[in-house]
Design a protein around this ligand. Structure first.
Ligand SMILES: Cc1cc2nc3c(=O)[nH]c(=O)nc-3n(C[C@H](O)[C@H](O)[C@H](O)COP(=O)(O)O)c2cc1C
Length: 353
């Protein structure tokens, strides 16, 4: 038997996560059930509201009220019933801020029972990548003792991801890049991350001043090898303001829907290979997709831009073969280093001072 409780605060014992708590009761007799409830509510009661339905979320219940609500018929799921675990990745240090609230709102708009767990990247200890490539070998884990593996565990265990990122100086908040920079470790998790449904939302303070935030989110999700169901931008400067702006409402609703049901193929102009919509103009009338890095040309058909982009011979994420080929190329780096070691040593010596 599994009982879902929605909590409205972060218990001190779990500084990095919030969202829903799960109480699994596998072997229960009536006294053990009551005792477990008592212990659980004693510990967390102040933090929880009971998830009678989802949505809407009912107001916070008191300890007694929570018990009452449970007795009156809180959502009690049978064990093994499929309940989605959704991980909300907040890339903002502000709590509560637009990212956190937007993830919660997306969760509320998801029409199926699910558990939402939140993690706040800027509060985690994610160290910069040391560029040693060791995570590609042996245990395929990074040796740095920080929170990377716990966030990878959370991502791997989740059934779906919601990533919310604020614009900082025309780009995504650095916490997203810091995690992405450790992305060689994603290969070790490829089996559990591959095609994981995900939506991404960027939040800028000023409408239209998001710079490359969206590209950064798409890049992160592509490198994770997630199944990107939808990504979009909304705006709002003050904490919580994003939920007051009418224009944002349909975007939030769309993302919630897309996480459950993939949207039909996009008809808006973009890269035919990866769906990217940011391009660089190259010499000779060529253009390059900034997401998959492939190049081609642009024509206008009925005043609509049409991109003709050819796959290159070193793609990073377009399909599983490309991903594995790139991983093998990276692994081969060790051999190439050993081959060139003496040549490289000479270079080091020349610049030693
Ligand atoms: C250091 C900093 C830089 C920012 N740079 C931009 C920017 O370049 N463009 C923009 O539209 N908003 C910018 N903003 C505003 C935030 O994107 C906006 O307030 C957002 O809602 C923050 O999300 P949060 O509440 O989840 O932290 C910036 C905010 C901060 C704190």
């Amino acid at each position: 038997m599994r009982i879902i409780l929605r909590h409205c605060g972060v218990p001190k014992s779990t500084p990095h996560s919030s969202g829903l708590a799960r109480l699994d009761l596998e072997f229960f007799t009536l006294p053990s059930l009551v005792l477990t409830f008592y212990k659980f509510i004693k510990r967390y009661g102040d933090f929880f509201a009971c998830g009678l339905e989802n949505p809407p979320i009912p107001p916070l219940f008191s300890k007694g009220g929570l018990l009452h609500a449970l007795l009156l018929g809180a959502t009690v799921y049978k064990k093994n019933e499929d309940i989605m675990n959704i991980l909300g990745i907040i890339c903002s240090p502000r709590s509560p801020g637009n990212c956190e609230l937007t993830i919660k709102e997306i969760s509320r708009q998801i029409p199926v029972p699910h558990e939402l767990k939140l993690t706040r990247l800027p509060k985690l200890n994610i160290q910069p990548c040391q560029g040693c490539y060791r995570c590609l070998f042996k245990e395929q884990r990074c040796w740095i003792q920080d929170d990377l593996n716990s966030v990878l565990d959370d991502m791997s265990r989740a059934d779906a991801l919601i990533v919310a990122v604020p614009t900082y100086f025309l780009g995504p908040n650095a916490s997203l890049k810091l995690l992405l920079d450790r992305g060689l470790s994603f290969y070790g998790r490829a089996a559990s991350l591959w095609k994981k449904p995900a939506v991404g939302i960027g939040i800028a303070g000023i409408d239209g001043k998001e710079g490359y935030t969206l590209l950064g989110i798409q890049n992160f999700l592509k490198m994770l090898r997630a199944d990107i169901r939808a990504v979009d931008m909304i705006h709002g400067a003050l904490p919580g303001e994003a939920l007051l702006i009418d224009k944002n409402t349909p975007v939030i609703r769309r993302l919630a829907k897309a996480l459950m049901h993939p949207e039909p193929e996009s008809t808006s102009p973009g890269c035919p290979l990866c769906g990217g919509d940011a391009f660089r103009f190259l010499e000779g009338g060529k253009i390059q997709c900034l997401l998959c890095s492939n190049s081609g040309t642009l024509t206008l058909e009925n005043e609509t831009p049409v991109f003709h982009i050819e796959p290159g011979d070193h793609d990073l994420f377009l399909n599983k073969e490309a991903t594995l080929k790139h991983r093998d190329w990276l692994i081969g780096m060790k051999g190439r280093y050993l081959e060139k070691k003496s040549e490289l040593k000479e270079i080091f010596a020349r610049y030693a001072d």
